[in-house]
Design a binder for this molecule. Structure first.
Ligand SMILES: Nc1ncnc2c1ncn2[C@@H]1O[C@H](COP(=O)(O)OP(=O)(O)OP(=O)(O)O)[C@@H](O)[C@H]1O
Ligand SMILES: [Mg+2]
Length: 252
């Protein structure tokens, strides 16, 4: 009997993306681990959001192969949830918090099926997990940025996916919200789910994440935080722009 490793929830081979003739990602390989919390880090404009969007087919890629659980996206779509970087969402759309969470359930509710009471209860439970139950009937546009962030995480939870792609889940949230989100991510991992998050705060990489992917147009390094999150790799990713703050870096 061979002991096969669990299928990678997202693997990339030679992924290249250009906007016009400007390369955003150049021949990127990646293999994110199963049932782990992975961080994608790199400077502004490094191609982090592009990596998620190209993987999901939201932007076209020039070349390369993308596999979710070893399959093309079309075969794995219901297993993947995505929360975009907040700035890219249209907040003027008039809808309630609970509606937004229930959007995550449409795939399971069926094309003609009305959302059942059971699904509604599950949506409320997802709001509870992110501490937003009291806001269920509020218009989404009337929430603060951090509250909106929690609601979009609740929507991803309602989807009951196996892989969660989160683009800067902690951007602009306060310490309490950040803790709440980290707790949810740890619950997901404990339940055997995988999370890949674009992350900017280098001081929390070692505390929050198991695996790190460093990118600046090209892949710089990838691996367990203990071995890949090194000063040399950070220098290669960020150049001289990084100070010497102690980030819980792995020894070299
Ligand atoms: N739709 C687009 N059209 C043209 N260029 C784009 C587009 N989206 C992104 N870019 C460019 O591609 C590069 C990578 O962008 P991307 O959004 O992936 O960066 P990022 O690593 O997520 O940065 P940030 O940390 O600022 O979110 C940037 O130079 C950006 O200006
Ligand atoms: Mg981005």
């Amino acid at each position: 009997m061979t002991d096969l490793p669990a299928q990678s929830p997202l693997s990339l081979r030679g992924l290249s993306v250009t906007y016009g003739d400007k390369p955003a990602l150049s021949v990127v390989d990646a293999r994110f681990p199963h049932a782990a919390l992975s961080a994608i880090i790199g400077p502004n404009g490094a191609g982090k959001s592009t990596l998620l969007k190209a993987s999901l087919g939201i932007v076209q890629h020039l070349s390369g192969e993308i596999a979710f659980f070893g399959q093309p996206l079309a075969a794995a779509r219901s297993r993947v949830a995505y929360v975009p970087q907040r700035a890219s969402v249209d907040w003027d759309f008039p809808t309630t918090v609970l509606d937004v969470v229930q959007m995550g359930q449409y795939r399971r509710a069926g094309l003609w099926g009305r959302l059942s009471a059971g699904l509604r209860a599950q949506a409320l439970e997802c709001l509870d997990r992110v501490g937003m139950t009291d806001f269920a009937t509020r218009q989404i546009g009337q929430l603060s940025g951090g509250q909106q962030q929690r609601v979009f995480l609740a929507r991803a939870l309602a989807q009951e996916a196996e892989l969660y792609l989160l683009d800067e889940p902690f951007a602009g949230v306060d310490a309490a919200t950040e803790r709440a989100i980290v707790d949810v991510l740890r619950e997901l991992r404990a339940a055997g789910k995988s999370v890949i998050a674009v992350h900017h705060d280098l001081s929390t990489v070692a505390e929050y994440f198991d695996h790190v992917f460093l990118v600046n147009v090209s892949r710089i390094a990838e691996g367990p935080v203990a071995t890949a999150f090194t000063p040399a790799n950070l220098h290669a990713t960020y150049g001289g722009r990084l100070g010497t703050a102690p980030f819980g870096l792995a020894a070299e």
